[in-house]
Design a protein around this ligand. Sequence first.
Ligand code: HEM
Ligand code: HEM
Length: 187
Amino acid sequence: MPVEETTAYAPLLRRIHWATAVLFIAAMLIGFYCGLQQPGTSPRRELLEVHKSLGMTLLFLSVLRLMVRLATKVPPEPSSLSALVRLAARLNHVALYAILFAMPLTGYAFSSAGGYSLKYFWTFSWPRLVTDSPQIAHAGEVTHDALAYLVYAAVAVHIAATFWHALVKRDGTLARMWPGAGHDRSI
Ligand code: HEM
Ligand code: HEM
């Protein structure tokens, strides 16, 4: 029997990637808008509730994604890519994974320690792992706000690179993540 070559990421990883893309970009834009509004005002308060809920959803989705990523095959990179482009792509992906964990965790830490609302879409409240700690609340908030710049940069580079590969290089990079592509039937 011929061995089928893996030409795309695992189907479950691809589904999680696109769900993440939609939820993450929504959380990022809402966070950006809220950062421009005065604390305690409407609609900042309501939108932050949505922002935090999307963020916590992304945290759980990212744990599942990391497990799928480690358990499945990664398709080989197109041979036309230079060593520098490969390195840049890997660094970008590592930065995005780091962000997928660092943003929800710093947000969760500062909302917990600062005594702010931690409701999940107006239903239950997440447990507070740390309470009444102005130092942790401050550190979490400063880190969350500082990392926001890395978020904007890493996501902009990632999307621009996708367009560059798809429209200029036409090297099949988008197909590696496209639903329905490839041969990996593992998950
Ligand atoms: C992947 C998940 C997340 C992303 C991408 C994200 C992104 C952002 C961004 C870009 C901002 C605007 C920062 C600024 O303009 O200074 C922001 C603000 C904020 N985020 Fe997140 N966030 C995430 C998860 C969370 C979580 C889970 C919480 C809390 C449980 C949270 C709480 C907040 C709060 C309260 C603000 C307003 C901070 C301020 O005005 O100083 N975030 N977030
Ligand atoms: C419209 C938005 C997006 C597009 C068009 C897009 C496109 C792509 C494409 C084509 C790949 C495959 C690259 C390769 O073959 O190596 C990919 C991989 C990846 N994307 Fe995106 N992406 C988007 C949003 C995002 C967001 C918001 C995140 C995370 C915050 C993200 C994280 C990743 C990661 C980590 C990989 C590497 C595959 C993995 O290990 O999971 N992407 N993306």
